[in-house]
Design a binder for this molecule. Structure first.
Ligand code: 3PG
Length: 391
C-alpha cells in the first residue's frame, strides 16, 4: 500500500482515521494518552506538508445516531491540542455542517462511530465522507480488524488512500515477529478466559516453540492436566479445547509452559494473605492469583534462550502488588532480553507502564483486538482495503 510520505498533500483535504479510543476515568479525564501520542507523527506530517487536516476516531461504543457527552472526543481534541501546541477545533455535526480547514491546520471530527452506518461499513456513509476529502489516511492499526465505514469502505472510495506512519510501523514490527521470526520463539498469553482466546492459542500453537499460558486461563490448563484449582477462575467446558492446544504443540515438538507453584489467597483483595503452594497442593478454598517464584525462575531461564518473544496478557492479578511479582519478573525478563520482543493489549501495556519498561521492549503495539487477530494470521479488513488500492 501507499504511505503518507508518498503523497503530495499541499493544499489537499486530508482525512486521517486514527485510533484515539483512549481510556477515560470516572470524571471523563484521559487516564492513558499513549494512543494520542502514537498518532502525533502522522498528524504532524500532514500539517507540515500543508494539508488541510481532519482527524477522526471512534471513542467507546456509542449508540448510532446519538452522541452522549461521555462519548465525545472533546477531551481527546483538548489533549491533542496540548501535545501539538496548536488549537484543535472540534467539529460536531461534520457530515451536515460545512466547515473550513486552512492549509497546515487541523480539526477534529467528532466520534465517527456515532454515525448511522459506520459499524455496518455503509458505502453510502463512506461516500459522504469521501466527498469531504482528497486524501484518506488510515493510521488506526488498533481498529484495523473492524470493517467499518471509516476503516474499510472509505479506503475504497476516497480519491487517494494510504497508510499513516503508525499503521506502517505496527505492520512492520508485527510482521517481523510473524513472517520469519528468529527461533526459538515464545509467546506468553494471559487473560481470564480460554474461550475468548482459543483461536489465538491455536494459531500460536502452530508457530511457537514455547507457549506460556497465564492469568485465569492457566487454571483451565492446570485443571485439564489433572491439578486441583480450588475456587479459581476456570472454564471446565474448555478442557478438551485446551488439550487440543497441547496436542498441537506436542505434534510439532513444541511445549506448553504451566506453573509448578502458584500464589494463592482466599480473596482478590489488597487485604488477602498470599501463600505460595505447589500446584498439586492447591486447596478447595484457594484462588490462584499469580505464578509462584520457582515457576518464574524456570520461565526466566527458558525465555533467555528465545530469539523472539511475543507478550499479550498478564500472568496474575498484577494490579494488586502482592499478586504482581510473576508479571513483574516476566516484564523484567522481556526488558532485559536479547530477543526481538513485542507486546500488545490494554492490560499488557498497563503492566509495561506500571513496571517502567516501555522503552526496553522492541515494539509495544497500540492495539488490543487487532494485535491478536494479526498474530492469528488473519488479514485485517482495513489493511486489505489499503492493499487493494495499491493495485
Ligand atoms: C480497541 O480499543 O481495541 C480498538 O480501539 C477497537 O475498539 P472496539 O473493540 O470498540 O472496536
Amino acid at each position: 500500500f501507499k504511505t503518507l510520505a508518498q503523497i503530495n498533500l499541499r493544499g489537499q483535504r486530508v482525512f486521517i482515521r486514527c485510533d484515539l479510543n483512549v481510556p477515560l476515568d470516572g470524571d471523563g479525564r484521559i487516564s492513558d494518552d499513549t494512543r494520542i501520542r502514537a498518532s502525533l507523527d502522522g498528524i504532524r506530517q500532514a500539517m507540515q506538508q500543508g494539508g488541510r487536516v481532519m482527524v477522526t476516531s471512534h471513542l467507546g461504543r456509542p449508540a448510532e445516531g446519538a452522541l452522549a457527552d461521555r462519548d465525545s472526543l472533546r477531551p481527546v481534541a483538548e489533549r491533542l491540542a496540548q501535545l501539538l501546541r496548536t488549537p484543535v477545533p472540534l467539529v460536531g455535526n461534520w457530515l451536515d455542517q460545512p466547515f473550513e480547514v486552512a492549509p497546515g491546520q487541523v480539526v477534529m471530527l467528532e466520534n465517527c462511530r456515532a454515525h448511522v452506518g459506520e459499524k455496518a461499513n455503509s458505502a453510502a456513509l463512506a461516500a459522504r465522507m469521501a466527498a469531504l476529502c482528497d486524501v484518506y489516511v488510515n493510521d488506526a492499526f488498533g481498529t484495523a480488524h473492524r470493517a467499518e465505514a471509516t476503516t474499510e469502505a472509505l479506503a475504497r472510495l476516497a480519491g487517494e488512500a494510504c497508510a499513516g506512519p503508525l499503521m506502517a510501523a505496527e505492520l512492520q514490527a508485527l510482521g517481523r515477529a510473524l513472517a520469519a521470526p528468529e527461533r526459538p520463539m515464545a509467546a506468553i498469553v494471559g487473560g481470564s478466559k480460554v474461550s475468548t482466546k482459543l483461536s489465538i492459542l491455536n494459531a500460536l500453537a502452530q508457530r511457537v516453540e514455547l507457549l506460556v499460558v497465564g492469568g485465569g486461563m492457566a487454571n483451565t490448563f492446570l485443571l485439564a492436566a489433572g491439578h486441583p484449582v480450588g475456587k479459581s477462575l476456570c472454564e471446565p467446558s474448555m478442557l478438551d479445547a485446551t488439550r487440543e492446544v497441547v496436542a498441537t504443540l506436542k505434534s510439532r515438538g513444541a511445549r506448553l509452559f504451566l506453573p509448578t507453584d502458584v500464589v494463592v489467597a482466599d480473596a482478590v483483595s489488597e487485604a488477602a494473605l498470599p501463600t505460595i503452594k505447589p500446584v498439586a497442593e492447591v486447596g478447595g478454598g484457594d484462588l490462584i492469583l499469580d505464578f509462584g517464584p520457582r515457576s518464574m525462575r524456570r520461565l526466566v531461564d527458558e525465555l533467555e534462550a528465545c530469539k523472539t518473544i511475543v507478550w499479550n496478557g498478564p500472568l496474575g492479578v498484577f494490579e494488586i502488588e502482592k499478586f504482581s511479582h510473576g508479571t513483574r519478573m516476566l516484564a523484567t525478563a522481556i526488558a532485559g532480553s536479547q530477543a526481538f520482543t513485542i507486546a500488545g493489549g490494554g492490560d499488557t501495556v498497563a503492566a509495561i507502564n506500571q513496571f517502567g519498561i516501555a522503552d526496553r521492549v522492541d515494539y509495544v503495539s497500540t492495539a488490543g483486538g487487532a494485535f491478536l487477530e494479526f498474530l492469528e494470521g488473519k488479514t485485517l479488513p482495513a489493511v486489505r482495503a489499503l492493499q487493494d488500492r495499491a493495485h
